[in-house]
Design a protein around this ligand. Structure first.
Ligand code: SF4
Length: 238
């Protein structure tokens, strides 16, 4: 993933994974799924928009007959299709646009080595109210990246590194977990870098300049902000 101010480049696989994450983290989104079904499932799905019959019908069973599918199962079905099917990049860009409610278009990465999807977060008018709710409540613990870890190593930030659990076995690193109590693998009950200066009615971050990418990027889109209860403000109306 390449972050270029408010634009992010995703490879085809990263774009599909991001769509799956959206489905899984927010739970069933029936209206969105209806819009996406023709794009993701093609001719194996029919979308009905007729009163109580409104929904998606997919081919199922030995006879391959059309049957209605509930939103929860449809989410899983869409994820399976994303994992197994290939899509032209313009179609994948449209899937991203509908899913993330942002502008997305196909294009080459900054090094011009591979083609993928550019996502515009449209967050330039976002103002964080520094309430700290994201630091306290969101499940970011498994989202520390190798780039984060290597950066802290490069800068010799041992006070941060001692709060990162390196996951893996036999010398193979499989991921990183933040923030643990130093000397143990127990997660800290609250982010250890969060501070609430007395009388200021706002929160600050003790590692603001080197905090993990997941914290820097939050909230990545308006939808992300709304769906996760962010109390920040937008100047522009949506
Ligand atoms: S929840 Fe939103 S407004 Fe509150 S600190 Fe996090 S980003 Fe800022």
């Amino acid at each position: 993933m390449v972050n270029d101010n408010e634009k992010v480049f995703l490879t085809e696989q990263e774009a599909k994974a991001a769509v799956e994450i959206d489905f899984r983290q927010y739970g069933p989104q029936p209206r969105l799924y209806r819009e996406l079904s023709p794009l993701i499932l093609g001719g194996s799905a029919i979308v009905l928009d007729q009163g109580r019959h409104t929904g998606v019908w997919i081919k199922q069973g030995r006879k391959n007959t059309l049957q209605p599918i509930n939103a929860h199962a449809l989410g899983d079905h869409l994820c399976q299709a994303l994992q197994t099917r290939a899509y032209p990049l313009p179609v994948l860009a449209e899937i991203c646009t509908l899913t993330f409610q942002v502008r997305a278009c196909p294009g080459p990465d900054p090094g011009d080595t591979t083609r993928g999807i550019w996502i515009e977060s449209d967050m330039d008018d976002f103002h964080c109210s520094q309430c700290g709710d994201c630091c306290r409540g969101l499940a970011y613990h498994n989202d520390c990246t190798e780039q984060d870890y290597r950066r802290w190593q490069r800068l010799g930030l041992t006070h941060i590194l001692e709060r990162v659990q390196v996951l893996g076995a036999n010398g193979e690193t499989k991921g990183y977990r933040i923030w643990v109590e130093p000397g143990s693998n127990r997660l800290s009950p609250v982010c250890p870098w969060l501070r609430e200066p007395p009388g200021e009615n706002r929160c600050t971050c003790l590692i603001q300049d080197v905090k993990p990418g997941i914290c820097t990027q939050y909230p990545f889109t308006r939808k992300h902000a709304i769906m996760t209860g962010c109390r920040g403000k937008f100047k522009k109306q949506t």
